[in-house]
Design a protein around this ligand. Sequence first.
Ligand SMILES: [Zn+2]
Length: 116
Amino acid sequence: MRQSVARALIEEYSHVPNNPPHNSQVHFAAIISRNHVVAVARNTIAKSNRSGFFTKHAERAVLERLGDMSLLRGATLFVWRSTRASEIMNSKPCKACAAMLDKCCEKWGLKNVVWT
Ligand SMILES: [Zn+2]
């Protein structure tokens, strides 16, 4: 993935909304194939029936948005985290996402996972 692509993504998508209040930072994920951005998504927080809130992580959200997993072949998945003050923070995927992304590499040919 080109640095310029990462920079453009961060500039375009890092806006963190002021609502809801517990959302002071946001994880974003993008899938880049042949220097084209084919999907972008952010984590979302939703109400669940049982335990109040759950978070759909950006990595899962972007794969759902992509839809067609065959598009992962040779692609890079880029994850970044931005605060409301536009600081870019560590966004290493959590254990569950890392396991899911490993499967994407093995099964669908995802080539790289890069994070800030
Ligand atoms: Zn995760």
